[in-house]
Ligand binder design. Sequence first.
Ligand code: NAD
Length: 396
Amino acid sequence: MEQTIASGLQMKVVKSSVSRNISWKMTNSSAAVFGANPKTNSYSMFPRASYISSVKPLSCNNTSTPSKSNEFITREMSQSPESKPTLPGLPIDLRGKRAFIAGIADENGYGWAIAKSLAAAGAEILVGTWVPAMNIFETSLHRGKFDASRILPDGSLIEITKVYPLDAVFDNPEDVPEDIKANRRYAGYSNWTVQEVAECVKKDFGTIDILVHSLANGPEVTKPLLETSRKGYLAALSASSYSYVSLLKHFVPIMNPGKCGATISLTHNASERIIPGYGGGMSSAKAALESDTRVLAFEAGRRYKVRINTISAGPLRSRAAKAIGFVDTMIEYSINNAPLQKELAADEVGNAAAFLLSPLSSAITGSVVYVDNGLNAMGMAVDSPVFGDNNIPKDN
Ligand SMILES: NC(=O)c1ccc[n+]([C@@H]2O[C@H](COP(=O)([O-])OP(=O)(O)OC[C@H]3O[C@@H](n4cnc5c(N)ncnc54)[C@H](O)[C@@H]3O)[C@@H](O)[C@H]2O)c1
């Protein structure tokens, strides 16, 4: 029996009448595979050596028909170098696309990981860096401090075409107060309000295809909401939510529409669940960001054919997260309680972002996409000491 399971891909199903096992054999060569590499437990969106010459389902002793053929394919990859691809597979191909990523100031955050995934898929990378962090970021980049983290899956180093100074709290020069103008950390930089940065990008490159908002700031994040000042609360919303509205307002008009005109932001589950310690109005800011994602998806979709999504990411030891003060505990909590018991890697968020910013997700907009090992789906902390030795199933 032969079945076509993907465009042009032919698969031969050989059924043994004795064992009822089913083996799958690729005819007409092989397929590029996305997902986890079973040997290294790492994740990749790149075909590399992921070509199949012969595929068997892992455990189908008691089944007569395979239910998830793609899963079988992904798990049992033959990495034989002799295997030659004759079909292109299903790549995340962003060659010829230009991305602007707001919110990179070092190699440890989600913005950097997203930049790497987009670059690995072929996109040109422009970066917006918070003005006070600009000097240290550019210096470190040029001195090679990030070189070890610049390596892409094919061995090349990510190239950032241009870094723009940006302060996403200010829309245009008229908004900038005197104390900021006089601040020595802003001295020497110009054109860093959102409107000016968009104008500079337009002048330098004409258009972009992809916009990433990977920034947040809550000056009173360590304070409980009940103790947060009005000023602190509004500052959190200004830097972490309205900044996305402002970026879209100024950048969407220079975005190429269609399947690749896409933007994402990064949110946190504190928007919809109580996360004690994520204070200072930051939970409110993430709730606003998620609500805005839906409204903006409608407006930008109708007017500009641009897609707007947000990734609700699990905990990562970024500079911003360390400022909150308990990110290690959050990581441990997630490992103990999430369906997938592993530490979330930044590139898992980067790869999900690349998908959401690629034509492969051309019908997804207005969505909150969870990339958190499934923690958001839990309704109970299975490691709670109140359960003691009671019969709570913690795993299978
Ligand atoms: N790290 C986590 O555990 C986690 C979890 C879920 C969501 N997120 C979100 O991911 C996004 C990226 O954060 P991260 O954790 O990777 O930390 P990060 O420190 O790498 O990124 C935050 C960036 O925001 C920039 N920034 C702050 N104020 C700014 C301003 N006014 N204008 C321009 N840039 C400004 C900082 O310079 C920094 O580069 C944020 O939206 C954050 O809330 C993080």
